[in-house]
Design a binder for this molecule. Sequence first.
Ligand code: PLP
Length: 427
Amino acid sequence: MEKKLSRDTICLQGGWNPEKGEARVLPIYQSTTFKYETSEQMGKLFDLEEAGFFYTRLQNPTTEAVASKINALEGGVAGMLTSSGQAANFYAILNICNAGDHVVCASEIYGGTFNLFAVTMKKMGIDFTFINQDDSEEEIAKAFKPNTKAMFGETISNPSISVLDIEKFAKLAHKHGVPLIVDNTFATPINCRPFEWGADIVTHSTTKYMDGHATSVGGAIVDSGNFDWEAYGDKFSGLTTPDPSYHGLIYTQAFGKGAFITKATVQLMRDLGSTPAPMNSFLLNIGLETLHLRMARHCENAQKVAEFLEANPKIAWVKYPGLKSNKYYELAKKEMPKGSCGVLSFGIKGGREESLKFIDSLKLAAIVTHVADARTSVLHPASHTHRQLSDEQLMAAGVAPDLIRFSVGIEDAIDIIDDIQQALDQI
Ligand code: PLP
């Protein structure tokens, strides 16, 4: 049996295994199309009878290698890249939901995902019930309906930094015969592998820690291969009954454990086209090569910043799973023994106005929409990313009006803390 490589090694060497005389570094296949010798060869690709690259909207060798690396990091059976995290979450749901279907979703999710689900996908006829992820199993179970097709949550929510009890969610999802989809963007597979806790599908905004350097927007979907679509064939007919756009092919029969990702690629990517540019996949791969080193430093620095903030009299509250006072401390230790992430949230005594003054006084930490970057960054979600949300929706998403999202980078922690101190001195 082949030796299982550690995640640290996969970061460097996963996905691309050059042979004699081939490039050591994953090449950028900057080509929309791929050559064949006979029309029969090409025809077989279109009928999905043979695997191969033919058009970059569906698959590209650079993109495929990076998808395979992320799949290996998560411990899945198949993965794909998308042009953004939004596209990843959209495809993950749309791959198994039609108009008239329903999804049970944690309310503490990224504002952009919330808009996608509650506004855009609702217009497409897919309905979401948003639940409090910390509620009891009995309470959450009430949200399931006969047309429920999936459950969704974020390992660590953006920006409220709540930790998802993946085991509890997986148990509920499976009891109701649906898969659990987990957005693992903030934890990354370095710190948490949701499949080990029962999740079925994992999504990512690779724009964040995976890329790590704020160069490329991107997303990923990985399938654990564990959900038995055929056991609930009527519910997931898109996977278990003939697809007329491929001469009646049935994904579960033709591709087994690869059914979910194959369908999302050959059907959704073919029709909707949210494909990453090969150049972006290349940059993402460079980022992934240091993910394990960066995550350790992000967590170390964030812990120091969180402890500094907690001890400061001007700070009203701090949320970071690494603090003993945090309600998710034990859960985070169980699901993420190496640390959670570099993002924390806090409020300043006084409220919204003081919070904004503090942010404007920071020098090293930059005000950017982005989060989970190698450089320290800061944002006031109620004024920025979540400004479309009503006060009620803000509170449900765990976003207090004074909440500051602080994304601790991998600079020297002393410099980051000094910057926070000088900004606190201004208020
Ligand atoms: N999921 C999470 C947890 C995010 O934080 C984000 C963006 O911030 C997204 C998904 C959307 O990803 P993208 O901006 O790459 O489309």
